[in-house]
Design a protein around this ligand. Structure first.
Ligand SMILES: Cc1cc2nc3c(=O)[nH]c(=O)nc-3n(C[C@H](O)[C@H](O)[C@H](O)COP(=O)(O)O)c2cc1C
Length: 239
């Protein structure tokens, strides 16, 4: 971890694909190359695939799963606290389900509520069975997410799915590939932030500048007059 990390606070969302078992690799890699701090939100289904306690070892906090978080350190609703904290938000792996919820504004668990509460671009990395991936609903939802300003990292390869032996878009982006996309999004955000900051004050027109100059001169003259009146004259002092 160095001071020059591109991202200060990264929020990693994990949904219930079997590829959730690889999450620790992303956590290690992003910690090394991208973010100073990383927090994790998982769906309940993802927590069936990999234990939140195990992933917490790789994160900067315990792993968040429930909307109603009773822990004393969550003094506001967890979804607001986490999304206000995060500079960058990525969902790896993204199930068809979480993509469907995100595309339709459904917020019925912690991860989907965080998605709806996050005001910036979110990066989604879908991974699933081929039939699910090619379904009209999933393709429609991906298009909606892009139209809403979110960013999709497409799965890279076909392979044999764990458990069923079916063909599936098994390849989540590798940590290296995911990093390239996340860097791209973060750089874009920083540029947008910088631009907004730099252009927050509207530049003055020449006539506005002249008016302001005349106004300043008048104020100076007035201030000098008042100062002169405040000093008692020599004559008054002798009397
Ligand atoms: C072993 C197993 C593997 C699964 N893998 C995937 C997957 O890669 N992608 C996917 O979209 N759904 C997958 N599913 C189905 C999701 O777990 C299911 O749709 C679930 O409702 C997703 O919930 P979540 O989006 O809240 O995590 C898998 C289910 C099981 C049992």
């Amino acid at each position: 971890m160095t001071e020059e990390m591109l991202c200060k606070n990264l929020l990693l969302g994990i949904s219930g694909s079997i590829h959730a078992v690889d999450a620790h690799q992303y956590l290690l890699f992003f910690r090394q190359h991208l973010a100073q701090n990383i927090k994790v939100v998982m769906t309940r289904q993802a927590a069936q695939m990999v234990s939140p306690q195990t992933l917490a070892l790789y994160a900067d906090d315990r792993v968040f799963v429930e909307v109603w978080d009773q822990s004393p350190e969550v003094n506001k609703a967890a979804h607001l606290q986490l999304t206000r904290w995060a500079d960058l938000f990525v969902i790896i792996p993204a199930t068809a389900d979480i993509i469907g919820k995100a595309a339709n504004g459904i917020a019925d668990d912690l991860l989907s509520t965080c998605i709806l509460s996050y005001p910036r671009t979110i990066v989604f990395a879908p991974v699933m069975n081929v039939v699910m991936f090619q379904s009209k609903a999933l393709q429609r939802n991906l298009k909606t997410l892009e139209a809403d300003g979110h960013y999709i990292v497409m799965p890279e390869a076909l392979g044999m799915a764990v458990g069923t032996g079916d063909w599936a878009h098994t390849a989540c982006p590798t940590p290296e590939t995911a990093l390239l996309h996340l860097r791209h999004i973060r750089m874009k955000q920083l540029k947008d932030d910088y631009w907004e900051e730099a252009t927050r004050e509207k530049p003055m027109t020449p006539s506005e500048r002249k008016k302001q100059y005349v106004q300043e001169i008048k104020q100076k003259i007035q201030a000098r007059r008042e100062a002169e009146q405040a000093v008692p004259s020599k004559q008054n002092a002798l009397e």
